[in-house]
Design a protein around this ligand. Sequence first.
Ligand code: IPE
Ligand code: IPE
Ligand code: MG
Length: 247
Amino acid sequence: MATSAQKCVEETGDACPLSHVAIIMDGNGRWATRHGKARSAGHRKGADAVREAIEGAVDCGINYLTLYAFSSENWNRPADEVSDLMALLKLYLQREIKSLHKQGIRLRVIGRRDRLSADIVSMIDKAEQKTAGNSRMTLVIALSYGSRDELVTAVQSIAEAVASGKMRPEDICEADISQALWTADIPDPDLIIRTSGEQRLSNFLLWQAAYTEFSFPDLLWPDFTKADFRAAVDDFLGRHRRFGARP
Ligand code: IPE
Ligand code: IPE
Ligand code: MG
């Protein structure tokens, strides 16, 4: 059966109100504690939920799915947890790129790459190149990502353009800022889902989320399924977004 999002895509084409869903995948550690396991087991189970989210997004006909996998601040976690997460990421990239490519999914990674190991950066580069021509859905992974870091980088590039005379300060507009962010050419998220019960952005897409809707399903990330994705989408489609312009 077609989901409401698919119906919406069929009926309105590009005018579909739900093009981009972003997810703050939170609660792996609490899941592990609840099951009497090490945090690393929660992260491993969380990787299975990533597969569920991607399937859910593809089934719903979403154009962009962004997954917050590792924040700038997550580098401050204990070294063994950071290395577990990096090892898991490597494993994920090794195992899943072929399947993402087969499904027609384009991969894009946003975030600061200079703190990642050279082998991970090379895997990401190769995966992005391999999948660049795919058009079914774009999967954006936010890795070593922090929105304030992204904004600082954008301000630096705009300041350089001004200093070199390529741009006048009075000409800087919102689109210039959007284009200077790592998310350039990606539409703003329509919906951000955060699991685990926390209701905060944790330095995720601060500029891009100006008019984003939010969904806080009451579950921990490793328990997330494609049915939960569909439920969040269906709830979103029943909402009325006003963007400040309509009463
Ligand atoms: C999300 O789960 C994974 C990352 C942030 C990398 P957490 O590890 O934050 O799990 P909780 O919030 O401690 O339960
Ligand atoms: C946000 O979760 C980052 C990711 C899910 C990758 P955190 O667990 O790091 O956020 P806080 O510390 O609860 O705000
Ligand atoms: Mg957390």
